[in-house]
Design a protein around this ligand. Structure first.
Ligand code: ADP
Length: 564
């Protein structure tokens, strides 16, 4: 997390971002809902259209079958017709159709069409309503006559306009219409209209009661999602209304569509309208869902971020308390330790009287113990400061070779004391970006470890090279080495591979932990490669100066200016 963002503000930022996102998603869903619903409605209307046309197609084909029966025989008896009609299973397979029949062109006045008569000869099933129609001359009525003439002249199935069937002998009257398929003498279709008019024998036909028909097509949909009205012709006035499907009274539909449909040469106008069940499942509901889900997610994220912020604050407080404790303790310990050191020096100088050889030896031991303890306390304090982010890291270009040589100079006496061979292998001229004090501290730690853990006669070498955008300084020794399982652990605070051994060599187990923290603070890294009994090589990586980029001088952590 960016330290500049105060943790208390983070939950609010999370909440605001989440709510903004929810609002945007809700608005988008609502905005596109109408389009989605319109498309849904078109689909529903299209499926109603398909059901109507496909069912009517079935009726037309069944009439073609009756026409074929009459075309194949001049003398179809009432019995043969009934058998054929029964095989059609009108009530089961063709719900809504009133029946199938045959109207015979009578000879009177033939061939002059104005005197033609077309009485209903056969009509099945012969129920009460259909019986009332038997013998009725359909040519005497204009609407029927027009459809029959068109069927005769075109040799195609032809649907009539709106009529009241003669079958309407009881109950509420429904709108009706008739479907005709012409049959010509000789059993084939003559080529010209004149020939067709001459050769016409009669029509296979079906009367329809419109309400029964459409109820038959749509079954008993109690709550239709789309209502529709079917009108004969191009208009939509009540006089031409064939059927109005069940609909919610007084409902103002959100969606309507109007289409023209040609059925057996007759034009129908169908008006579709959305019904409450359709509108209740509107996509606009989705927007409410998105809003609710978004609000829940926002609340949850806020709660989570709040918890995290609190946990972070608690951790920071604990960290501060730890640093304060360590700083106070270090101060409390350092003051008497410095006093011990001071008085030992005074005694050693003979200020308190003459000091004999044994006393001098004891004083030297006290001095060593005092210095070790002081070093340990300084290390603890440094590490605590680093961990708490209380150390400032400067950035400046540093010539690597001269810094390495400078640090090497500090350890030359120790190297000589332990009779080790020490060498610097000159490498390329590299300029790194970092904090000279911190780099010095790291290299000193690596070199004094190398001296500490290499036995007399061993060798210590320092060399450097560049790898990508990083410089690498390698401190290699031929010392005791570090077993593989410990190679990562030694960078943790207070870890020593062999505490007994290390105790004799004076150490706190904090040096490498501090060195790695410092390296990382400089955007670098510290790692080790080692083999027990053969030696170790510690590698410090530091960013190389990018000659193109300006050198920033940034402080990390609190600007205390404290030196580690
Ligand atoms: P210490 O004060 O104990 O040296 P460090 O953090 O500097 O603390 O090192 C941790 C441990 O890593 C040491 O105690 C030692 O076991 C191991 N170590 C460090 N440097 C070397 C080295 N050059 N060769 C072998 N072991 C080493």
């Amino acid at each position: 997390m960016d330290p500049r963002i105060r943790p208390e503000r983070t939950p609010l930022l999370v909440l605001t971002a989440s709510l903004l996102l929810t609002a945007a998603a809700t608005a988008f869903t609502a905005w596109t809902a109408h389009e989605r619903d319109a498309a849904r409605f078109q689909n529903a209307a299209q499926s109603a259209h398909d059901r109507i046309t496909s069912r009517l197609e079935v009726y037309i084909n069944s009439l073609r079958g009756i026409a074929a029966l009459f075309a194949s025989s001049d003398t179809v008896t009432a019995e043969e017709f009934r058998t054929y009609a029964e095989r059609l299973d009108l009530s089961g397979g063709y719900p809504g159709v009133q029946g199938v029949g045959w109207t015979q062109r009578s000879a009177s006045g033939w061939p002059r069409s104005s005197f033609e008569q077309h009485s209903i000869r056969y009509l099945e099933p012969l129920n009460e309503r259909n019986r009332a129609a038997l013998g009725y001359d359909m040519s005497g009525e204009g609407t029927r006559r027009a459809a029959m003439d068109r069927a005769r002249d075109t040799a195609e199935p032809s649907l009539s306009g709106k009529v009241t069937l003669v079958q309407e002998i009881f109950g509420p009257k429904q709108a009706g219409f008739l479907l005709y398929v012409p049959v010509y003498a000789g059993g084939r279709v003559p080529a010209t209209v004149a020939e067709r008019r001459r050769a016409l024998r009669g029509f296979a036909y079906s009367p329809f009661r419109a309400d029964d028909l459409f109820r038959g097509i749509f079954g008993s949909e109690l709550e239709p999602r789309v209502a529709f009205e079917v009108y004969d012709g191009t208009g939509a006035d009540t006089a031409a209304l064939l059927h109005r499907s069940p609909h919610a009274p007084g409902h103002r539909p959100q969606f309507t569509a109007r289409e023209s449909m040609i059925v057996a040469g007759r034009l129908w106008t169908v008006i579709y309208a959305s019904e409450p069940p359709f509108e209740e499942t509107s996509s606009a509901e989705l927007a409410t869902g998105v809003l609710a889900a978004g609000a829940i997610v926002s609340g949850f994220s806020f709660w989570l971020a709040l918890g995290l912020a609190r946990a972070r604050r608690a951790a920071e407080a604990a960290n501060r308390a730890k640093s304060d404790f360590l700083a106070t303790m270090s101060h409390e310990l350092r003051t008497p330790l410095n006093a011990i050191g001071g008085y030992v020096d005074l005694l050693d100088l003979g200020v308190g009287g003459p000091v004999n050889a044994q006393q001098r030896d004891y004083l030297a031991r006290v001095q060593r113990a005092q210095q070790h303890l002081l070093g340990l306390i300084n290390n603890i304090l440094n590490f605590a400061r680093l961990e708490a982010g209380g150390v400032a890291f400067h950035r400046e270009p540093i010539a690597l070779a001269s810094l390495v040589r400078e640090v090497a100079g500090f350890v030359t006496p120790l190297v000589a004391e332990k009779q080790l061979t020490f060498g610097i292998q000159p490498g390329p001229d590299l300029t790194v970006i970092g904090d000279a004090d911190k780099i010095r501290q790291i290299l000193l730690n690596l070199l004094s470890n190398a001296i500490k853990f290499t036995n007399e006669g061993g060798r210590i070498t320092v060399h450097w090279d560049a790898h990508g955008s990083m410089a690498q300084v390698h401190v290699a020794d031929t010392g005791i080495g570090i077993p593989l399982p410990h190679q990562e652990q030694i960078f943790d605070p207070f870890v020593q591979v062999d505490p007994d051994l290390t105790r004799t060599r004076m150490g706190s187990g904090l040096g490498l932990a501090i060195a790695r923290e410092l390296a990382r603070g400089l955007d670098g890294e510290l790692s080790v490669q080692s083999e027990p009994a053969r030696g170790s090589t510690f590698t410090l990586r530091l960013p190389l100066q990018d000659s193109e980029a300006p050198v920033p001088d940034t402080d990390r952590g609190a600007p205390t200016g404290a030196k580690a």
